[in-house]
Design a protein around this ligand. Structure first.
Ligand code: E4P
Length: 218
């Protein structure tokens, strides 16, 4: 199971990286905007910085919505660094662009996936990753994990090589359920990722061990 961090914030990426368990980064236009990154030059610089911090794939999303625009942008993004994965939305033009880019040997991440049908087309187009958005489905009063379970089953049936990258993670429970379902990658904000370590019995146990040790030294 691979862990990606879902942010464009350099401090958060550095902190997650310091745990030694980070396999990559996902960004999207909203996350880049949140960090105040704008303008082609700054965007390119920011992706370079991220790639230099993390030893793994870094998803960079296209803004264009037409096929030719997505391909042009994808080629530019991919030329920034060998770790860049071009993130393309699950639209008809997006599927065509993924097909084109993957034939050129460029890694892609099919994003904004909310159905198994979209996930099948992404795999057929040769996407490296497919990103189902769990939290946004939950937000609509459906169960995002149902999509994950169905995708895992279908990808297993056909031995698709595209990796399932569970996205839109809201809490640690999502991460554990994704692990149970057998996804390839989870991309999570820093808080749920760090939340995996939280357990009151660990804190209580450590406190007791240290107190007992101190007593024995007196
Ligand atoms: C990452 O690939 C996605 O863009 C991200 O997980 C979306 O998360 P959100 O639904 O919390 O915005």
């Amino acid at each position: 199971m691979k862990f990606f961090i879902d942010t464009a914030n350099i401090d958060e990426i550095t902190e997650a990286g310091s745990l030694g368990i980070l396999d990559g980064v996902t960004t999207n236009p909203s996350l880049m905007a949140k960090e105040g990154i704008s303008g082609e030059e700054n965007i390119i610089k920011h992706y370079e910085t991220i790639c230099n911090i993390v030893d793994g794939h870094v998803s960079a999303e296209v803004i264009a919505t037409d096929m030719d625009g997505m391909i042009d942008e994808g080629l530019k993004l991919a030329s920034i660094h060998s770790q860049i994965v071009v993130k393309v939305p699950a639209t008809a033009n997006g599927i065509k662009a993924i097909n084109h880019l993957s034939h050129k040997g460029i890694k892609t991440n099919c994003t904004l996936v909310f159905s198994t049908g979209q996930a099948i087309l992404a795999a057929k187009a040769g996407a490296t990753y497919v990103s189902p958005f769990i939290g946004r489905i939950d937000d609509m009063n459906y169960n995002g994990m149902d999509l994950i379970d169905q995708m895992v089953q279908v990808y297993h049936n056909y031995e698709f090589e595209t990796q399932i990258l569970a996205a839109s993670i809201r809490n640690t429970r999502h991460i554990i359920e994704c692990a149970e379902a057998g996804v390839d990658v989870v991309t999570s904000p820093l808080k749920p990722l760090k939340g995996l370590l939280k357990h009151p019995l660990t804190d209580i146990g450590l406190e007791k061990f240290l107190a007992d040790h101190k007593k024995a030294q007196q």
